[in-house]
Structure formats: structure tokens, C-alpha cells
Design a protein around this ligand. Structure first.
Ligand code: C2E
Ligand code: MG
Ligand code: MG
Ligand code: MG
Length: 292
């Protein structure tokens, strides 16, 4: 068979680059339209007390109803939205939508305590992000304590004075700050201590390995200690079964999220849970009630 020369490789490389950047351009164009065409939707995953299954809040997760490709997960478009800075208007939409639901659920007497949403680094570089948050809260007459902003650890890869100031301002505004995907990035404890985090989310990779070996148990224990040292509440992500729930509880973790309790739900389904004051998981509840 013929050995491919440098020229052929180069052509192939160029071709991939081209189609990739073309895909990205197309996606950017589609995302721009998506806001106008109202193609975004928030799904809500309950945040649960591990002890009794009570819903203590929820995380709003973005979905995109693409006109041809159907329901799109955030991983398929958030990176492009970040690169094109479209994440700023999209993020404002998420923020307003979350505040709107908070006020709707409050007015309906559903007693939901808290909505968390994810914030990209790019949104922090927007001038006066904290004011955008304050305005969204005011527009829907929602108290700041009912909103939690989740920031991934990687935000701090590009640490700046502006980022620091914005985080402090958000804290002073009274919204809760959560450190998402904890353990997957690089950060020193001394450094984290400079930030007023109310919550630390244990990344699902640790939750998953918890039952496998003593080593992973030590890591989760260490994360719980760090949370305690920072005065933050720990929340385990990716709780997928009863063994994980009891394992986490045994280590002193009090809150969790995951498929064991519920996948992210469409708003009507989440509202139903609130309305019925259901505890999770539903299957366990059903088996209980059949005994009664
Ligand atoms: P995240 O904030 O860490 O959200 C948790 C992800 O884990 C969600 O994926 C959720 O559906 C999934 N998950 C929840 N429980 C389980 C479980 O038990 N097992 C497994 N395997 N997965 C579980 P999703 O919705 O695809 O979101 C992925 C990421 O996209 C989020 O990670 C977040 O970083 C980002 N994202 C989502 N919505 C937004 C948004 O509105 N703005 C921004 N900037 N990022 C967002
Ligand atoms: Mg999150
Ligand atoms: Mg996470
Ligand atoms: Mg994540």
C-alpha cells in the first residue's frame, strides 16, 4: 500500500479543521437564533436530604430543543456558547427563568426553598455580573437567599481581581455560592478560604468510586473535612443507588443529588413533586405506602 506523504496528512488535517470550524460556526448561528425562537428550557433536578429524602432545593439544568436534532444536552453546546460569548445572553436567560420559577412556585405556595444554577467563567468577565443578578432577583421579587450560583473550580484557573470582587459582591448581595465539581480541578485550601462558599459539590466521579475502595472513601472524607473547614455544606453529586446514599451518610455527608432520587425533570413533573410534598426516591415511597 502507498505511504501517505506529508502533503496528504496536511490535507486531511486541514479538512478536519475546516469541517470542525464550520460546525462551530453553524452551531453559533443556530444558538443565536435559539434565544429569539425560545428553544431553551430548564430542567430541574431535586437536591435531597440523604437522611429522609426531603427535597431541599433543585438544580436548574439547561436543555436546548433543536428544531432538527431534538433535545440537546448542555455539553453539546455550552462550550461553543462560551467561545462565542453567547453564554452571556443565554446565562441571563437562565438566571431570569430560574427567578421566574422561584416566584411562580412561591406564589403557588409550593414551599420550594432554593434554586441552583450554573455560571460560566465568561459570565464573570461581563461587566457587573452581580448587578445583573440583583436585577433579576428584583424583577421577580425573589429573595437572594433562594438563589444559589454554582461555579466550577476551573473558574479559578483564570483568577483575576475582577473575579474576586464579583464573587465578594455576590456574597454581599446575599445569594449562595457553591463550588461545583469539587476535586476535579486544582485549588489549594488556603486559596479557597479567601472565598465565601456556602456549599461544595462533591464531583460524581468520587461518589461513584466511594464503594469501590478504602482509598476513595478517604478522599470523600477529606472533601467533607475541607467543606467543614470552609464552613460550607457538602452536597454529593451522582448518587445513583441506596448503597451510595448510606455510604455517604456514614461519612457524614448530609445532602445529595442523583439518578437514585431523580433525573433532571421537566418543570411540570418537578412541580408535581413539590405539590404532592413527595419525598424521594418515589419507588421507596410507593413500597412504603403499599404496606400501610
Ligand atoms: P453539573 O453542574 O455538574 O451538573 C450535573 C450533571 O450531572 C447534569 O448533567 C446532571 O444531569 C448529571 N447527573 C445528575 N445526577 C446524575 C447521576 O446520578 N449520574 C450521572 N451519571 N449523572 C448525573 P447535564 O444536565 O448534562 O449538565 C452537564 C453540565 O453542563 C453541568 O454539570 C454544568 O456544568 C453544565 N450546565 C448545565 N446547565 C448549564 C447552564 O445553564 N449554564 C452553564 N454555564 N452550564 C450549564
Ligand atoms: Mg452544577
Ligand atoms: Mg457538578
Ligand atoms: Mg459538571
Amino acid at each position: 500500500c502507498r505511504r501517505r506523504g506529508l502533503g496528504d496528512n496536511w490535507a486531511a488535517y486541514n479538512h478536519t479543521l475546516d469541517s470542525e470550524s464550520q460546525d462551530r460556526l453553524r452551531l453559533t448561528r443556530e444558538l443565536r437564533l435559539a434565544l429569539d425562537n425560545d428553544e431553551f428550557e430548564l430542567h430541574f433536578q431535586p437536591k435531597v436530604s440523604l437522611a429522609n429524602g426531603a427535597i431541599i432545593g433543585c438544580e436548574a439544568l439547561l436543555r436546548w430543543h433543536h428544531p432538527e436534532r431534538g433535545l440537546q444536552p448542555p455539553a453539546s453546546f455550552i462550550p461553543v456558547a462560551e467561545k462565542s460569548q453567547l453564554i452571556r445572553p443565554i446565562g441571563r436567560w437562565v438566571l431570569n427563568e430560574a427567578c421566574r420559577y422561584l416566584s411562580v412556585w412561591r406564589d403557588a405556595g409550593l414551599g420550594i426553598v432554593n434554586v441552583s444554577l450554573n455560571v460560566s467563567m465568561v459570565q464573570f468577565t461581563e461587566s457587573n455580573f452581580s448587578r445583573t443578578v440583583a436585577e433579576a432577583l428584583a424583577a421577580h421579587d425573589v429573595p437572594p437567599q433562594s438563589l444559589t450560583l454554582e461555579i466550577t473550580e476551573s473558574v479559578f484557573d483564570q483568577e483575576s481581581e475582577q473575579l474576586r470582587e464579583e464573587i465578594i459582591r455576590l456574597h454581599e448581595l446575599g445569594v449562595n455560592l457553591s463550588l461545583d465539581d469539587f476535586g476535579t480541578g486544582y485549588s489549594s485550601l488556603r486559596y479557597l478560604q479567601q472565598y465565601p462558599f456556602d456549599e461544595i459539590k462533591i464531583d460524581q466521579s468520587f461518589t461513584r468510586k466511594l464503594l469501590d475502595d478504602a482509598y476513595s472513601e478517604c478522599i470523600v472524607n477529606a472533601i467533607l473535612d475541607i467543606a467543614k473547614a470552609l464552613g460550607a455544606e457538602a452536597v454529593a453529586e451522582g448518587v445513583e443507588n441506596e448503597q451510595m446514599r448510606s455510604g455517604l451518610m456514614a461519612l457524614g455527608c448530609r445532602n445529595g443529588q442523583g439518578y437514585y432520587y431523580s433525573v433532571p425533570l421537566e418543570v411540570e413533573d418537578f412541580r408535581w413533586l413539590l405539590d404532592k410534598r413527595r419525598t424521594l426516591p418515589l419507588a421507596a415511597h410507593h413500597s412504603n405506602s403499599s404496606i400501610e
